[in-house]
Design a protein around this ligand. Structure first.
Ligand SMILES: NC(=O)C1=CN([C@@H]2O[C@H](COP(=O)(O)OP(=O)(O)OC[C@H]3O[C@@H](n4cnc5c(N)ncnc54)[C@H](O)[C@@H]3O)[C@@H](O)[C@H]2O)C=CC1
Ligand SMILES: [Mg+2]
Ligand SMILES: [Zn+2]
Length: 277
């Protein structure tokens, strides 16, 4: 993995460095990119919810200013995290922004204690918010999610959610529930979403997915039995697609696309793809 982006717990009480500016609508950027001089930003009247030390980009300190809502900054505009992922050749910058978005969302959602309602403050030595009154800690939220490519020889089971871009079909995904193993989650989600049963799922690899805070655990499973029965709320369409006649596929940097390309490489004797770090 490249070293341009290194997360670190920096004290925001210090001065100087660069900062990214985030709110739920995305990141501020201008002709120079997403990094602004922090001292310059702090002279603007920004609706600041939280300020966090993030780490180092190319060796320079980077902080986050998390805002309550987007504001107009002359010469700058706002753009969503997904657009940065799509257009960035530079996966280090996207990794930094993905981290910043997750830390910013978490910090803005933990300004007050969920247990006693008092104000929370940043823990001095850990990436945590701590209640000033009852002392409870809240760490950044990560949601484990399984994602699985189900295959039957030369056929792939792909489905589309109503949220997908037109024509795009993907592998099945879903959040792990409390108390279940990831393998149990794979079987449950496949059964719920398309009604088929599978053979033993095999773990392939994982991907942090900051939309909004998933950790994708990628699997491959061979089909065992059953006809496709779609879950009406989650699945708009699902079917078996031949490796020689595939529909629109998910974004190149997604683990969904990687799982598909990996299987195609094996079946068709092509070079194996690389999952972007
Ligand atoms: N990187 C990739 O290639 C892909 C990533 N994903 C991600 O996988 C995750 C799960 O995929 P879905 O099919 O949407 O999940 P899903 O099949 O579990 O259903 C989504 C529903 O789960 C509920 N939900 C939302 N957040 C939750 C949470 N933290 N824990 C439990 N339930 C929650 C909501 O009712 C939501 O509508 C999402 O974050 C999605 O962005 C999905 C497909 C491809
Ligand atoms: Mg799902
Ligand atoms: Zn408390």
């Amino acid at each position: 993995m490249s070293l341009r982006w290194q997360p670190a717990l920096l004290d925001p009480a210090g001065e100087g460095g660069w900062a990214v500016v985030h709110c739920q609508q995305g990141f501020l950027f201008d002709a120079n990119g997403v990094l602004f001089p922090r001292a310059w930003l702090k002279r603007l009247e920004l609706p600041l919810l939280s300020e966090q030390g993030l780490g180092y980009f190319d060796g320079d300190e980077v902080f986050l200013l998390e805002l309550a809502h987007p504001v107009e900054v002359p010469g700058a505009a706002w753009q969503g995290l997904r657009q940065f992922m799509m257009q960035d050749e530079d996966s280090d910058r996207f990794r930094m922004l993905g981290f910043a978005a997750q830390i910013g969302t978490w910090a803005s959602h933990h300004r007050f204690c969920g247990s006693c309602g008092h104000r929370m403050r940043q823990h001095p030595t850990e990436r945590a918010m701590q209640c000033e009154s009852c002392g409870i800690h809240h760490y950044p939220r990560i949601s484990p999610s399984m994602i699985v490519l189900v295959t039957r020889g030369d056929e792939l089971l792909l489905a589309r959610s109503p949220r997908f871009a037109p024509g795009v079909y993907s592998t099945l995904a879903g959040f792990v529930e409390p108390g279940e193993s990831v393998e149990q989650c794979v079987r449950r989600e496949v059964s719920e979403e398309v009604g088929v049963s599978i053979r033993e799922p095999r773990y392939i690899c994982s991907q942090g997915w900051p939309f909004p805070h998933s950790l994708m655990l990628g699997f491959h499973a061979e089909y065992a039995s059953g006809e496709i029965v779609m879950q009406p709320e989650e699945i708009e369409d699902a079917g078996w697609f031949s490796i020689h006649d595939l529909p629109g596929l998910p974004a190149p940097k997604s683990i969904a696309r990687y799982l598909i390309e990996l299987y195609l490489a094996k079946r068709l004797g092509r070079a194996e793809p690389v999952l972007p770090g």
